[in-house]
Design a protein. Structure first.
Lengths: 165, 707
């Protein structure tokens, strides 16, 4: 189930959150996996996540944008791999032993994203999500949330990621 | 039980659809010949009888009624011989039959889609009845007094059974009718077959009331089905086959008829003389059957409900999903086989003779298995082509154009999924050709020096890896100026008018929303046709091209790849990457010396082989792969060919031949137009690595665009 579906089922909210997100209290949470890329912390809904893999041999695909690293054979399934750093227009770095691939299934489109490091799984309350200031909107981020330890997590917009628009 | 019902429905749909298809083909042929043969009539009768029977069993009453009335009609025709029909009648008959089969098909598709069936088919059935009345009335003067007597009964004259059931007949006719009616096995001399009003319900109880009434009046008789009182399932049998009363004497029968005709809810009845008994008594050869007890025959009607399944072809129908699974598993077996035989564990072993022998044998068997599995999915295109006959026929009448359809190569076999997806495109194109391809009038054609009869040619041919389907008409062709003007009006031109070549103009025809026809007709002109054609064909990996010469006609060619699930491939290495080139595309591979390479003005490399010059495409530069081998003498050239393109690929090394299972590329990559970069899929090698399958045709285009 996608995040959107969860949201639409919640009605009768007492408090209208920005960007039309409604909440009916603390039950309206979803688990997010956070990961680090270029010192930014991103969150992606666990509903999309298939698995996290490391050290997979990537077959490069010619004539692709630089962020498309290639494809892998995940138990017979061909999964394309993109580097989130390059996708966001940051500079590439050497892959380290914390680098790993998060394999996502977004509306039955499989995709693996290379991230610098995986951090933790958080319960995120919808009512706490705030939208991005309009003048510095980023295309792959659908919202942001600040955590108790003052870190800010950017929530990844997976639909846009796979639709590539 | 649910499952059983599903299977029965599947069986029913499959059977009915194939019967209808068979019927359509038969009608088309018969109409071409302008006449029905006795065999045709019998065939139609049999088909309708089966449809009626199985529809009644499945309780699809609309289908049953239509089939029932057609059966009646052909019953009459069969009885009276074909000569009783004049030309106009035959024309009407054909139209009526085509409309009926359409109606039947529409109803069947409703069943397929789980929609409610039409509960009112009176229009059609009445039409059939009135037609039957027309032909039978014209027959009247020639016919026996009995028919006159019957048809003079105004009350029942609209009932076809009535008209076609004269009281006294010759033994021959009776015999036919006995077979038709599937009379129960009984030694009585007369059968009275009754039908209750359609849809009156509780047929078994009505029948029971009827026999009680008759018994009260002191008549002696047996009845079939026998267990009507206790078995409610007899309902269906009565609806379908009628309710039988058997009498020993004609006097008893007559008095029963007089009572029956006064009862409500009786739709029709007929008296049948039992020929079997007559013959038996006359010849005294037939073994006397034991007197029939009611119990003894209880099973007879039930048994006879089974369809008269035509036993023509030794075929079974298999669920396509099962077949797909089989294909997938065979694919995996092929991969696993090469995984086993090339396993690094056995590379170090010695004395492997018997192992190699066994693997060779295994290889041979898996090859055979694969061929068979692939051929299972292959079906001839004739089914699709035959449907076009029907479309041409209908449009010919509507548009008043004289056109013949020529079919070439209808036995060409293609993958089932492809056959399914080309039906609509071909239909669109044929309609287009009929509607605005062929000239509107014969005069126009004669003036242009053409055969007055237009011609549409539908052909299918195979090449090694493609099926080519061409739809050609000899109409007035496409006027480039007209197309251009129309395209300008619709605002779909992307560059100045005078820069368009003939080929580009024709390609405009395939653009969405384009139609040269000014007037929207029933069949075409809305401009949704050709782009749908293009979309459907491209969905199965094919291409559409249109060629046309003004005044001479137009030809639409569909090129569709054969099923490509498993291909023989040559593995090649470039840098660290592994690619697969389909063996079918490879002509030759060879080493060259630097001095053999020729350069054109732009510095592109060209090589001469077999007295022809071919361009060299270096994969490492095209795909930007790091490779140590850049000197043309260190690597190897692979001469490839596809369609009209022939060129040489420069690669590092050949790794060997392997059968590979084509896996489609991930959906995500399609958004980068990956098909245009010369890659058509990928495959998993025995060691789990991925190899990229090259598309020789597109690779050339990709290289061309880059330089």
């Amino acid at each position: 189930m996608s995040a959107e579906n969860t949201q639409t089922t919640m009605t009768g909210s007492s408090h209208a959150a920005p960007r039309g997100l409604a909440s009916s209290g603390s039950e309206a949470t979803e688990r997010y996996l956070t990961f680090r890329t270029d010192n930014l912390i991103f969150g992606v809904s666990t509903n999309y996540i298939i698995e996290i893999i490391t050290n997979h041999a990537i077959t490069t695909m010619p004539m692709m944008p630089n962020y498309v690293k290639g494809i892998i054979n995940l138990r017979g399934q061909i999964v394309p791999i993109i580097d989130i750093r390059l996708r966001l227009g940051k500079s590439a770095i050497e892959y380290t032993n914390t680098t790993c691939v998060i394999v996502l299934n977004v509306d039955s489109v499989f995709i693996g994203i290379i991230v610098d490091a995986v951090e933790q799984v958080l319960d995120i309350d919808y009512s706490q999500i705030s939208s991005i200031p309009a003048n510095n909107r980023e295309e792959l981020v659908s919202g942001m949330i600040s955590m108790p330890d003052n870190k800010v997590v950017l929530l990844m917009d997976c639909e846009t990621l796979v639709n590539n628009s | 039980m649910d499952n059983g019902m599903d299977n029965m429905l599947d069986m029913y749909l499959f059977e009915t659809n194939s019967l209808l298809e068979q019927l359509d083909e038969l009608l088309i042929e018969a109409e071409k010949a302008g006449d029905l043969t006795v065999d045709d009539v019998n065939e139609i009768f049999r088909v309708m009888h089966t449809i009626k029977g199985s529809s009644a069993m499945m309780e699809f009453s609309s289908l049953m009624q239509i089939a029932h009335h057609i059966e009646d009609l052909f019953f009459y025709i069969r009885q009276n011989g074909l000569d009783s029909l004049n030309i106009t009648h035959k024309g009407t008959l054909f139209n009526l039959m085509f409309r009926s089969t359409d109606m039947l098909r529409a109803e069947v598709s409703k069943v397929e889609n789980n929609e409610p069936l039409s509960d009112n088919v009176d229009n059609l059935t009445q039409e059939i009845n009135s037609f039957l009345k027309i032909i039978s009335e014209e027959e009247t003067p020639k016919n026996t007094e009995a028919t006159i007597a019957k048809s003079s009964e105004p009350k029942k004259s609209e009932q076809p059974k009535k008209v076609s059931a004269p009281a006294t007949q010759t033994a021959d006719l009776d015999k036919i009718r006995m077979e038709l009616a599937e009379c129960p096995d009984d030694n009585a001399s007369f059968f009275l077959r009754l039908f209750f009003d359609e849809g009156c319900g509780m047929e078994n109880l009505r029948a029971f009331m009827l026999i009680s009434a008759l018994k009260e009046s002191g008549l002696e008789f047996n009845h079939y089905p026998a267990d009507i009182e206790t078995n409610s399932k007899t309902c269906a049998t009565i609806i379908e086959k009628g309710f039988y009363l058997t009498f020993e004497s004609s006097k008893d029968a007559e008095s029963a008829i007089s009572q029956v005709s006064n009862l409500n809810n009786i739709q029709s009845y007929e008296l049948i003389e039992n020929v079997r008994v007559k013959n038996a008594t006359a010849d005294e050869i037939k073994t006397p059957t034991a007197p029939v007890h009611e119990n003894a025959v209880t099973s007879t009607p039930a048994a006879s409900t089974g369809h008269q399944t035509p036993n023509k072809q030794n075929l079974i129908s298999v669920n396509l999903a099962k077949l797909d699974n089989l294909v997938a598993i065979v694919g995996e077996i092929v991969i696993t086989e090469s995984m086993v035989t090339s396993s690094p564990d056995i590379q170090n072993l010695k004395n492997m003779d018997s192992f190699l022998k066994a693997t060779r044998q295994l290889r041979k068997l898996t090859d055979d298995l694969q061929d068979i599995v692939m051929s299972l999915r292959m079906v001839p295109v004739s089914g699709v082509f035959q449907k076009m006959n029907r479309i041409v026929r209908d449009m010919k009448q509507k548009l008043q154009k004289d056109v013949r359809l020529t079919i070439v190569g209808e036995n060409t076999e293609v993958d089932k999924s492809i056959v399914d997806s080309i039906g609509d495109p071909i239909m669109h194109i044929v309609r287009n050709s009929m509607d605005h391809g062929i000239e509107d009038s014969v005069q126009e054609r004669i003036a242009a020096g053409k055969n007055p009869q237009g011609e549409i040619t539908l052909s299918a041919t195979h090449t090694t890896n493609e099926v080519i389907i061409a739809i050609k008409d000899d109409g007035h062709g496409v006027d480039p100026a007209g197309v251009l003007a129309k395209a300008k009006k619709n605002g779909i031109l992307t560059k100045p008018e005078n820069e368009y070549t003939q080929k580009e103009i024709l390609a405009l025809l395939l653009a969405p929303g384009f139609s040269t026809n000014e007037v929207v007709t029933e069949y075409s002109g809305r401009g949704v046709g050709m782009d749908v054609v293009k979309k459907n064909v491209e969905a199965v990996g094919g291409t559409v091209t249109v060629t046309s010469e003004l005044g001479k006609g137009m030809c639409t060619t569909l090129k569709i790849p054969l099923t490509m699930a498993i291909v023989d491939g040559m593995e090649i290495a470039v840098g660290k990457s592994v690619f697969t080139i389909p063996i079918a595309n490879i002509r030759q591979s060879f080493k060259v010396k630097s001095e053999d390479v020729i350069y054109d003005t732009e510095g592109n490399e060209i090589i001469k082989c077999m007295n022809q010059f071919y361009p060299i495409i270096r994969i490492h530069t095209l795909y930007n792969i790091d490779s140590k081998i850049t000197n043309i003498e260190d690597g190897i050239l692979v001469w490839v060919e596809s369609g009209d393109k022939s060129y040489c690929l420069f690669v590092d090394d050949l790794l060997g031949e392997q059968q590979v299972v084509v896996k489609p590329l991930p959906v995500y990559l399609n958004s980068f137009n990956i098909k245009n970069s010369g890659i058509c899929g990928c495959t998993i090698l025995g060691d789990g690595n991925i190899s990229i399958i090259l598309d020789v045709l597109n690779l050339y285009a990709a290289a061309h665009n880059q330089y």
